[in-house]
Design a protein around this ligand. Structure first.
Ligand SMILES: NC(=O)c1ccc[n+]([C@@H]2O[C@H](COP(=O)([O-])OP(=O)(O)OC[C@H]3O[C@@H](n4cnc5c(N)ncnc54)[C@H](O)[C@@H]3O)[C@@H](O)[C@H]2O)c1
Length: 362
């Protein structure tokens, strides 16, 4: 490393310049400093592990959300509406974003029905311009947003070679790129006040591959990377009061997205439990919430065991993520979809089925 580079890493000077250390001491200095760095790193690791164990026993302190303005994307249905209800209960001003106008109106009514403070904005999250326009409106009409929940998601649910290009594009627009635009719209004011929280609703599909979900899995993997890199960037910038949480659930029952999934061994999650878990992660500034929790133990195996073992396990666990009779699969009788011009991508939500709400509670 040149002297200049050493001096100007991140605008900070990491240590004495090489030229300042006597030549006979250079090797020794490097070894001693390396050993010291390792010891300090191990002490920090032990401290955090002990704290995490302690908090898992006694519970982590929960922060108050009363009065916070929370934007929930995809809040017009499914998991988003359940999270909205819980946040309203805790005293948040809930701002719902969704492309589904009817779902939005229903959820606003539902939240107001329990005495919550809520409003809805129709937004197409596949459109960057729409996101920036509505974010500005929210700032002006509602106030400073301190909690952003990037929850909206879509799935195409077909084999890659059967998936039209515009659906792949839309999956990435809604599941990943929208996170960039919403964060760019709301993060500056959070950093300015050194207070805020950004939640990424990803999926276990961001950590493992599933057939028929190639676009979905890769978009969720990108969302996981987005959260981690953003968290690190905030720490590097010293914005210690702005937190991020990554939520990775397995398949959820009764939201409409994966209702038909054929999953063995592990039951689908209850949507209320997932919503409760999301709110707990927010209140305790948890960085990663995996559901079910024991899936964390399986993750390291992915890097350790040969691929055929993983393939065997995944194919056994999820024989078919989107069975042919699902609403997401192509219907043989349906007329061929019109080819859309590239400037007007199809941004309708894939969840056309009205999700059954039998296991939801307010
Ligand atoms: N359902 C599951 O099994 C499951 C599992 C793991 C992770 N997730 C993730 O949880 C999140 C919520 O999923 P869900 O199960 O509630 O799905 P859902 O389909 O019930 O809800 C998604 C919401 O996003 C909205 N939306 C879709 N496209 C939009 C767009 N272009 N602009 C604005 N809003 C749009 C929909 O209208 C809908 O209200 C998603 O990110 C999903 O990927 C779901």
């Amino acid at each position: 490393m040149s002297v200049e580079t050493q001096e100007y890493i991140n605008g900070m000077r990491p240590g004495p310049l090489t030229s300042e250390i006597p030549e006979c001491m250079r090797d020794k200095y490097t070894v001693v400093q390396g050993a010291m760095d390792l010891i300090v790193f191990l002490l920090v690791v032990v401290r955090h592990i002990v704290r995490a164990i302690w908090q898992s026993i006694v519970g982590a302190p929960k922060k108050e959300l009363k009065g916070a303005v929370a934007v929930v994307t995809g809040g017009g249905g499914g998991l988003g509406s359940l999270i909205a209800l819980r946040l309203a209960r805790l005293g948040c001003k809930v701002v719902l974003w969704d492309i589904n106008k009817q779902g939005l109106e229903d959820t606003v009514k539902l939240v107001k029905g329990i005495g919550g403070d809520c409003c809805g904005y129709t937004v197409d999250l596949a459109s960057r311009d729409d996101i920036y326009r509505v974010a500005k409106k929210v700032h002006e009409e509602v106030g400073r947003v301190s909690l952003l929940i990037n929850n909206a998601g879509v799935v195409s649910g077909q084999y890659l070679l059967d998936t039209p290009d515009h659906l792949i594009q839309r999956t990435f627009d809604v599941n990943v790129l929208a996170h960039f635009w919403t964060v760019k719209a709301f993060l500056p004011i959070m950093v300015e006040h050194n207070s805020g929280h950004i939640v990424t609703i990803a999926s276990m599909a961001g950590h493992v591959g599933v057939a028929k979900l190639v676009d979905y899995c890769s978009s969720k993997a990108a969302a996981c990377g987005f959260d981690e890199a953003l968290r690190l960037e905030l720490e590097v910038r010293g914005a210690t009061g702005v937190h991020t949480s990554l939520i990775c659930p397995y398949f959820i029952r009764s939201t409409g997205m994966f209702d038909q999934v054929n999953s063995r061994f592990v039951p689908q999650l209850n949507s209320n439990d997932v919503a409760d878990r999301v709110v707990l992660a927010i209140r305790t500034n948890e960085t990663l919430a995996v559901m079910p929790g024991y899936f964390r133990l399986f993750m390291p195996f992915k890097w350790l065991v040969p691929w055929p073992c993983i393939s065997e396990f995944l194919r056994g666990l999820v024989p078919d993520a989107v069975p042919i009779n699902s609403a997401h699969a192509p219907q043989p009788a349906a007329p061929p979809a019109p080819v859309l011009p590239p400037s007007k991508p199809d941004s309708r939500p894939m969840t056309l089925l009205q999700p059954s709400r039998h296991d939801r509670r307010v």
